[in-house]
Design a protein around this ligand. Structure first.
Ligand code: FA5
Length: 341
């Protein structure tokens, strides 16, 4: 060998038949590895006649360069082919039908708020919100409930300081919105959370939602209120439902005060456990805004009249969906929430 010229063409021909990466590695070991003929020829250079050593070295280097270049080119081509094959294998078929995304829905409380808001918006009401941390002044005093009034005891209050509390109802927003607007006309609907320091049971929560409605205008009357509330109740519960108004003396900020009931959907008015065998279910308190409340916000009660109502959102949702425990709404149990879609 030492006197012969090393011929790389054998290796180059063999490379042409290499088909996969394993065979390519075998080829590299055979033609460029430590024990390959080429490397042995390099090792034997010392034995080459001194006058030919330089030339032989150059020829061996040239042969090595050719083999290495051919090896790199083949390796490149093979990895490109492998990538193309992989891309082909993993190609996304855009014509396949998509995987359906599970569709959620609003919480039943939100649904009732949205539905009632839509109904009142269609009658020209503006939807507004008020603060949940409230002054005693707005929550009680301005509504005709001074410190010694028995109505304060009816709702156990979460006091934050001796003047500040978590609002026990949405009615303080009546006063706030009248002060804000200044003079009638005003039509507002106020959804929001309220807080009462009371033990919870199937129909009572300590944190629940109310919606307050207020209209003050030149000569709006009790029958406007009854008409609009009946329209709302039929929109929520169905056109065939009947409504009934009864007297209620319990709210100092309305005069006269009333409560509205709908006929019981469980027994269709015949009387059952759900409606305490009366055939009717009370859904809200309402009445004509007391003249003193109007005076308190500088509105002349001889010129303007107003009416207001406050309903419990959970109670409406319970009646609408036949739910028998108010605590389910805040239980975060998806099995319940999925049913009330
Ligand atoms: C009031 O809160 C008055 N502010 C309503 C009002 C507004 C009257 C404007 C007149 C004019 P009451 O305490 O009855 O009223 O509560 C109103 C509604 O909230 C009730 O009809 C009931 O549906 C709901 N509610 C009351 N307490 C709870 C409770 N602990 N858990 C869930 N819902 C309740």
């Amino acid at each position: 060998m030492t006197d012969q010229l090393y011929d790389p063409s054998l290796g180059l021909q063999a490379l042409a038949h290499v088909e996969d990466l394993a065979a390519l590695e075998d080829w590299r070991v055979a033609y460029l590895g430590r024990k390959s003929e080429l490397m042995q020829a390099f090792g034997a250079l010392g034995q080459v006649a001194a006058d030919k050593r330089r030339e032989t070295g150059q020829l061996l280097n040239e042969a090595k360069r050719q083999l290495e270049q051919a090896y790199e080119a083949r390796k490149d081509a093979m990895s490109r082919a492998a990538l193309t094959a992989q891309l082909e294998r993993e190609r996304v078929d855009v014509t396949l039908p998509g995987r359906p995304l599970p569709r959620g829905h609003a919480h039943p409380i939100t649904q009732v708020i949205q539905q009632i808001s839509d109904l009142f918006r269609s009658m020209g009401f503006q939807i507004i919100e008020g603060p949940e941390v409230e002054w005693e002044h707005y929550n009680f005093t301005m509504l005709g409930i001074p410190a010694d009034h028995p109505a304060r005891d009816e709702t156990d209050t979460f006091w934050l300081t001796d003047k500040m509390l978590l609002r026990t109802h949405t009615s303080p927003v009546q006063v706030r919105s009248l002060l804000h607007v200044g003079q009638p006309p005003i039509r507002v609907l106020v959804p929001g959370r309220v807080y009462r320091n009371e033990a919870t049971d199937a129909s009572h929560e300590a944190v629940f939602f109310q919606m307050e409605g207020l209209m003050v205008d030149d000569r709006t009357t009790m029958s406007d209120m009854m008409g609009m509330l009946s329209y709302m109740a039929r929109g929520v519960f169905g056109q065939e439902r009947k409504t009934r108004f009864g007297c209620d003396q319990g709210f100092p900020f309305v005069e006269p005060g009333a409560q509205m009931s709908i006929d019981c959907g469980v027994c269709q008015g015949a009387g059952c456990r759900v409606c305490s065998y009366s055939g009717w279910l009370e859904i809200l308190g309402c009445g004509m805004v007391h003249p003193d409340v109007l005076r308190g916000v500088n509105i002349d009660p001889d010129r303007y009249t107003g009416w207001a109502f406050g309903l419990g959102v959970e109670r409406i949702a319970m009646l609408k969906h036949g739910i028998d425990d108010i605590r389910l709404f805040q239980g975060n149990d998806l099995r319940f929430l999925r049913q009330v879609g």
